[in-house]
Write a protein of this length. Structure first.
Length: 483
């Protein structure tokens, strides 16, 4: 256990995230009042805020204390936070002998920092110098951020950021729940009888969107989940028909439907997607090692992944994404290289490489004692192997994001061939356009002209979403209707 005691509750979330990055397998407790630990403490950190200065102390199991005092400008909260994180980072790095690939950066959008500096007119070398000095990130990660920021800037030019909007639709049903998953998803076997009711509620939200955004330009639609292709062919057709009949799609740049689970895909469903002009789909293996698929609870085979991909290609889909996860239980680097070679033979148009992030609500986290013997390893060598294979297929990195508790404290990167980048993926990271989100557990995001962002959430529970759909629409009216 690692404890962090503050004399006042300032920057506690940022401190927790940074300490957790150094000690991913330890319980990290941040508190302001003296309290007894309920398990052995490996490291104690003290942060004492005083006028114009901060005292930082670290005590290890040897009871030796390292401490320092540094001056701060309390009127500049951002700079004060960055300085505090730098000092904590340096002290923990000295204690552990570790460095972190992203330095003190703990947020999900490191590319946003690089992009903002480029937009201010800074040259790439200036950005690299500032990010290294301010955050201590490695040159490799900063250069990756810069490379992606420059591509994102070109992609974002395609969007109507003032009068445009994008639409997200969540289908929160899955054939099974993966061991590592914490998304809003419900087992198809339990909810199949209520899926038509769910579509009815979605149709009411679509009607609201059509009326409220009649004078806006719809740039992208993304149907995610869950697994949207758990819907039956006629249900998919019902949803897509409603969208096309209700909304003006003349300015649409991209329409993505996640067909994530290969066992949820068949010819009839793909025919529906083709008939409605879906431009981009995902078929997600996560790994091509069957033993891992069985372990994590994905009820499909590697053969089904190959069959589904070839079927989609034969039916004319020319923009297919595939997702991989690095750091899955019991997977070796050799297993990852095998998966990458299998995907190279399929030649998808884009690949998203995820670093495993185990959230509190995932079974892998909630029942840790049941999985104590599992090894989960993710290294820079894993990510480099993926980058090399993607490059050999003519793909370049085009978006990046991070999550808490990521294996190896790394990142997720999307790679794509020319013209095949997922615009919505960039949009959700860079937050430059309003997103109307429909369905249980979805979060709408309003982007104001001054850059301010407001959000409203739909309830996660499917039954509550269906029964309270009127309330969900009222929430959106309050957030969005004077856009």
């Amino acid at each position: 256990m690692i404890t962090v005691q503050l004399n006042k509750d300032d920057f506690s979330y940022d401190i927790h995230s940074l300490v957790k990055a150094f000690f991913p397998s330890e319980n990290v407790s941040v508190f302001t009042a003296q309290k007894a630990a309920d398990e052995p403490v490996q490291l104690r950190i003290y942060v004492d805020y005083a006028p114009r200065q901060v005292r930082l102390a670290v005590t290890g199991q040897d009871q030796q204390e390292r401490q320092e005092v540094f001056q701060v400008d309390e009127t500049n909260r951002k700079e004060m936070k960055n300085l505090l994180k730098q000092h904590i980072y340096d002290m923990l790095s000295a204690c552990t002998g570790k460095t972190l690939p992203w330095g003190t950066l703990t947020g999900v959008r490191p590319v946003k920092l690089a992009l903002a500096m480029l937009e201010q007119g800074m040259e790439p070398q200036e950005v690299e110098t500032k990010m290294k000095r301010s955050y201590g990130a490695s040159g490799k990660k900063i250069r990756l951020s810069l490379q992606i920021a420059q591509r994102e800037r070109e992609l974002l030019k395609k969007l109507d950021q003032k009068k445009g909007y994008s639409l997200y639709i969540g289908i929160p049903f899955c054939p099974s729940t993966c061991l590592y998953c914490s998304f809003t998803s419900f087992p198809l076997s339990v909810w199949e009888s209520r899926m038509d009711d769910y579509l009815g509620a979605l149709e009411r939200e679509i009607a609201f969107t059509a009326e409220s955004f009649a004078d806006r330009r719809l740039n992208t639609i993304y149907i995610g989940g869950g697994t949207p292709t758990t819907l039956k062919p006629h249900q998919l057709d019902r949803l897509l028909t409603c969208l096309k009949q209700s909304l003006d799609c003349s300015a649409l740049l991209e329409f993505t439907v996640e067909a994530g689970r290969p066992d949820s895909i068949n010819k009839e469903k793909l025919e529906v997607l083709r008939a409605h002009g879906i431009s981009r789909i995902s078929i997600n293996p996560q790994t091509m090692k069957q033993e891992t698929l069985d372990l994590i609870g994905r009820r499909h085979t590697t053969a089904q992944t190959v069959e589904s991909f070839h079927l989609a290609r034969s039916m004319g889909f020319t923009n297919i994404n595939m997702d991989l996860i690095m750091g899955l239980p019991q997977e070796t680097l050799a297993d990852v290289r095998h998966t990458l070679e299998q995907l190279k033979q399929l030649t998808p148009d884009s690949i998203t490489v995820h670093s495993l992030a185990v959230k509190r609500a995932a079974r892998l986290q909630m029942f840790k004692e049941d999985y104590a013997g599992l090894t989960m390893i993710n290294t820079q060598e894993h990510l480099d192997a993926a980058a090399e294979v993607c490059a050999s297929m003519g793909m370049v990195p085009y978006y990046l994001y991070r999550q808490k508790n990521m294996a190896g404290n790394f990142e997720n990167v999307g790679y794509a061939k020319e013209g095949k980048a997922g615009i919505y993926n960039v949009l959700i990271m860079e937050e430059v356009q309003t997103i109307v989100a429909l369905g249980a557990g979805s979060i709408s995001k309003r982007v104001h002209p001054n850059g301010q962002i407001e959000r409203c959430e739909n309830v996660k529970d499917v039954s509550q979403y269906i029964e309270r759909i009127g309330e969900m629409i009222e929430r959106k009216k309050h957030l969005l209707c004077d856009c």
